[in-house]
Design a protein around this ligand. Structure first.
Ligand code: COA
Length: 188
């Protein structure tokens, strides 16, 4: 692991975002392709300046900061992710947004598994959870392939005062418990 990577996979290193990453994160968050499945068909209405401030605000947080996944081979930015601290029920909910130029070559699955491992090894999380759009086949398959199971489903209603073009998102709740994760570690 290089000094500035908080986790590594076979092809990716994950590091804290710095202000120079704000334009890249902006390109992801304003992309309809990236944001459609999470309820924002026009992308988020945000600015590079607002994202810069968010990076600066989370600079000293252990679990909260925006993270960048980059290629170990070229250092090219592949996507943005977040692990997040466990909530009051011990549930940790990571998130990944990859650059569409790098979809479909296994980076999402590689990163998702590593983020689950990181959450269980670096926090007291009882459960790691994901809530993909039911229509987001890549995310659903990524979560199923990481050993998570569907435990519930529902619909996220949009907050139209935040974004009038936001849409409802029918989702599955995928979870893996610490015991299931430990059991899978033992059998691999
Ligand atoms: C969801 C996302 C992270 C997946 O990353 P990825 O690197 O493209 O996914 P992978 O290449 O690891 O593929 C994961 C699985 O989905 C499958 N898959 C990939 N693209 C697919 C597609 N367009 N349609 C159906 N299945 C697809 C793969 O075959 C693989 O399944 P398998 O392991 O059963 O063979 C990425 O598409 C993304 O960032 N999307 C936008 C943001 C988003 O939706 N984030 C998820 C929030 S829950």
């Amino acid at each position: 692991m290089t000094q500035n990577h908080c986790l590594v996979t076979s092809r990716l290193g994950v590091r804290r975002a710095c202000v120079e990453d704000a334009p890249f994160i902006h390109s992801l968050w304003t992309s309809p392709d990236v944001m459609r499945c999470v309820g924002f068909p026009n992308g988020l209405d945000t600015s590079v300046g607002a994202i810069t401030q968010q990076i600066e605000r989370s600079a000293n947080s252990n679990f909260g900061p925006l993270l960048i996944a980059e290629s170990l081979e070229t250092s090219a930015r592949i996507g943005q992710c977040k692990i997040g601290a466990p909530d009051s029920e011990g549930i940790c909910e990571p998130d990944i947004k990859l650059d569409p130029a790098h979809w479909g070559v296994g980076y999402g699955s590689e990163l998702w598994r590593a983020m689950i491992d990181h959450a269980f090894t670096h926090s007291e999380a009882r459960i790691v959870q994901g809530t993909p759009n039911r229509a987001n086949l890549a995310s659903v398959r990524m979560q199923r392939g990481s050993g998570m199971e569907i435990v519930d489903e529902g619909v996220f209603e949009p907050n139209l005062s935040f974004d009038p073009s936001a849409i409802a998102v029918p989702y599955f709740t995928f979870q893996v418990t610490r015991l299931q994760w430990l059991t899978a570690q033992g059998s691999s």
